[in-house]
Design a protein around this ligand. Structure first.
Ligand code: 8YV
Length: 328
């Protein structure tokens, strides 16, 4: 008797090639449209499936996990960040959690550099003048931004993505500084030519650009609170391609409006897609719709990682990208 196929529920539309492969391997339920599942649909899926494939837009909290019943064995997240999943409660219920690290590192680091360039070189203002037809021609003092070379970049969170940002920044001639829960090995520090700051406050006060690259956890919530934002130099810029919750968005908005901080490049927001409307009105801000990892290649590779995690689990082994609470 062949083994019955695992039942897998995917909460959002994924690239076609990924959906096709999932359907070849598993008894998969796919979405017919790209809308988010309601909480009731999620609860139902978690009762009926062996494996759930959620994304960052699904809040898998302790209440949902508690209602899952005994069938669900694996939450194979399509994405690296797992702050939307209560990993500790899942573990208590014997449900494994896996994610998709590595494959979105370069894309997210590229987008971090794009945001830094866009803010420091005032690209939205240039774009706006071209789109409205208001450009009256070249002028020696128009649209003057800053030169990246020689600037001090402070990276908050020196994991895979932070390190990929450091490599790119070095190629732009920037001086790389970082703060991290754990100091890097000295060989890695040397390779990245990165200066470690044990005190986040002291680093923040001295940087020209601050890049947020740490995950959202209870200990990073509002790490950049009003007090710390105020330590930044008024001519400094902050960019965030990680999670909105790391910055107190209202405090940042107030400071941007008051000219107490020069600019911001934000791909993520504190309340998902409901951003502070005052942020939108600022011309020293570049806002993107959480597209840091949005490349065709990255999305397919994320799907391949999900498939490998499920397949390995199905074969009786631990998924290679299993997330355990102590890692967070
Ligand atoms: C993904 C991300 O697009 O992987 C992450 O943690 O933030 C994004 O870049 C998203 O999570 C997909 O679920």
């Amino acid at each position: 008797m062949p083994k019955p196929r695992l039942s897998v529920v995917v909460t959002r539309r994924l690239p076609e090639v990924v959906e096709t492969r999932l359907a070849e391997l598993f008894d998969v339920t796919l979405r017919s449209d790209d809308g988010k599942m309601t909480r009731a649909e999620l609860a139902e899926a978690m009762k009926s499936a062996d494996v759930l494939v959620p994304t960052v837009t699904d809040e898998i909290d302790s209440a949902l996990i508690g209602q899952a019943g005994g069938r669900l064995k694996l939450i194979a997240n399509y994405g690296a960040g797992v702050d939307h999943i209560d990993v500790a409660t899942a573990r208590q219920h014997g449900i494994l959690v896996s994610n998709t690290p590595d494959v979105l590192t370069d894309d997210t680091a590229d987008m971090t550099m794009a945001l830094i360039l866009a803010v420091v070189r005032r690209m939205p203002e240039g774009l706006a003048v071209m789109q409205t037809g208001d450009w009256s021609g070249w002028a020696p003092t128009a649209f003057l931004g800053g030169r990246l070379g020689g600037r001090r970049l402070g990276i908050l969170g020196m994991g895979r993505i932070g390190q990929a940002v450091a490599r790119r920044a070095a190629a732009f001639g920037m001086q790389v500084h970082y703060h991290n829960r754990r100091r890097l090995r000295s060989e890695t520090e040397q390779e990245l030519a990165a200066t470690y700051w044990e005190s986040l406050d002291q680093m923040v006060a001295r940087m020209d650009i601050l890049s947020i690259n740490c995950p959202a956890t209870p200990s990073t919530f509002h790490l950049m609170n009003a007090r710390r934002l105020k330590l930044m130099k008024p001519e400094a810029v902050i960019v965030n391609t990680s999670r909105g919750e790391v910055i107190d968005e209202n405090a940042l908005t107030r400071m941007l409006r008051a000219g107490e901080i020069a600019g911001a490049g934000l791909d993520v927001f504190e309340r998902g897609h409901e951003l502070n409307p005052r942020l939108r009105a600022q011309n020293n801000v570049v806002l993107l719709p959480h597209m840091g990892s949005a490349t065709v290649e990255g999305r397919v590779e994320m799907g391949e990682k999900v498939i490998i995690n499920i397949k390995t689990f199905d074969d009786g082994h631990r998924p290679p990208d299993q997330v355990i609470p102590s890692m967070l």
